[in-house]
Design a protein around this ligand. Sequence first.
Ligand SMILES: [Zn+2]
Length: 146
Amino acid sequence: MQYIDPLTAECELCGSKNEYPLKDILEYKVACKSCMIKMTRTALTIHKEIREHNLEVWPIHFLLDALDIFKLDIDDISENEIEKMTHINDFNVVLKRHKCGQSIQMILNTPSMCKIKSEIDISKLEEYSLNELALLAYPDIKMANE
Ligand SMILES: [Zn+2]
């Protein structure tokens, strides 16, 4: 997801539009150049938009990572299988069909799974849905402490 940097943001209080470095907005450091209030809501909105985007693309990253680690090609999976891939087990079915002979647990070493593997019950790995995992990877955005 791309934002223009510096970003033109409208003050949530006085409505004046000014440019701010994106990094400062995301770190909740921006105060309105006109009225000086902290533009917390603006930062929160952008964080939420980024999260929404990340949640949407996580299953795609997961799939690409999985194909990569098991040395499969995207063409090895039918469009129908991709559409119906909602759980880890769905990928395991693909693995078995290709007689990969490797454990689905190898998936834990992929970039998309690395940061969440400490939060999941590995003995139930196949039961996790991709949406559930995406939510672990990108937890709800909380207001940063002032
Ligand atoms: Zn203002």
